[in-house]
Write a protein that binds this ligand. Structure first.
Ligand code: MN
Length: 245
């Protein structure tokens, strides 16, 4: 019998909505996932069962310990790459939400070992640039997936203090202090990648300085509710009293 307190119901609902927002915004497709640290147990996190993020509801949310063991799956399948989440939460006390995706515009950057850098104020969280993880450096020829705790630890180590780590031949992982912040970062990492590639093609790119990036990120963190409300509205049924679309 687990002594774990139940997660806050509103947090579970918000995680389900985060899943659907990330699909609606083109960050995840049938694959990818988002988690949040358990509000009542720092050594646990919440993550959907193995399914397409765009279809997740609160009933699909499971609880895991940091080793990646599901505590309440009841026979439901879990994500192979759940170790991404557990090992980053273990390594980073400041992280409370994580998005792992294969968002397409980011892929070429990892393949060419080119860091994402902030091309405009919206992506100030990229700071001095993204981290890079190449699974081949630690595990040789694999299927590229983070399918055990050791690979999760290697990824967390590569992430270091950064907000985003690019995963060569695979995708990327973005971290934040809240679901609102990590969803924002995942959306704007994808947009920044698209814009950065366009700017590089033009040549002679001027990126934000570290100081500009830090100031912009601090401002953006005060505006998260604004975009969350917009994105949430697109993936939740119209509530009573709201005009329909
Ligand atoms: Mn993956």
């Amino acid at each position: 019998m687990s002594l774990l307190p139940p997660a806050n119901r509103a947090l579970v609902e918000k995680l389900a909505i985060a899943n659907r927002i990330l699909y609606d915004q083109g960050v995840v497709d049938g694959f990818g996932h988002v988690s949040v640290r358990h509000d009542g147990a720092r050594a646990c996190f919440l993550l959907a069962r193995n399914m397409a993020p765009g279809l997740v509801t609160a009933d699909d949310i499971l609880t895991f310990d940091l080793d990646g063991n599901a505590l309440d799956a009841g026979g439901r399948r879990v994500y192979l790459e759940r170790f991404i989440h557990g090992e980053i939460y273990r390594a980073r006390a400041d992280v409370h939400a994580i998005v792992h995706s294969h968002s397409p515009s980011v892929i070429p950057f990892a393949a060419t070992r080119t860091p994402l850098r902030p091309i405009y104020h919206m992506s100030g969280f990229l700071g001095a640039g993204s981290a890079l993880f190449d699974i081949r450096d630690v595990a040789g020829d694999t299927d590229l997936l983070i399918r055990d705790p050791a690979l999760g630890r290697a990824l967390a180590e590569a992430l270091g203090p950064h907000a985003a780590v690019l995963m060569r031949g695979h995708g990327s992982t973005v971290v934040g202090v809240s679901l609102e912040q990590v969803v924002y970062r995942a959306v704007y990492a994808e947009i920044n990648a698209r814009l950065q590639a366009q700017a590089v093609a033009l040549g002679g790119v001027t990126y934000l300085t570290d100081a500009e990036a830090a100031k912009a990120a601090a401002t953006n963190d005060t505006q998260l509710a604004r975009v969350w409300e917009l994105w949430e509205r697109r993936v939740t049924p119209a509530r009573e009293g709201r005009s329909g679309r």
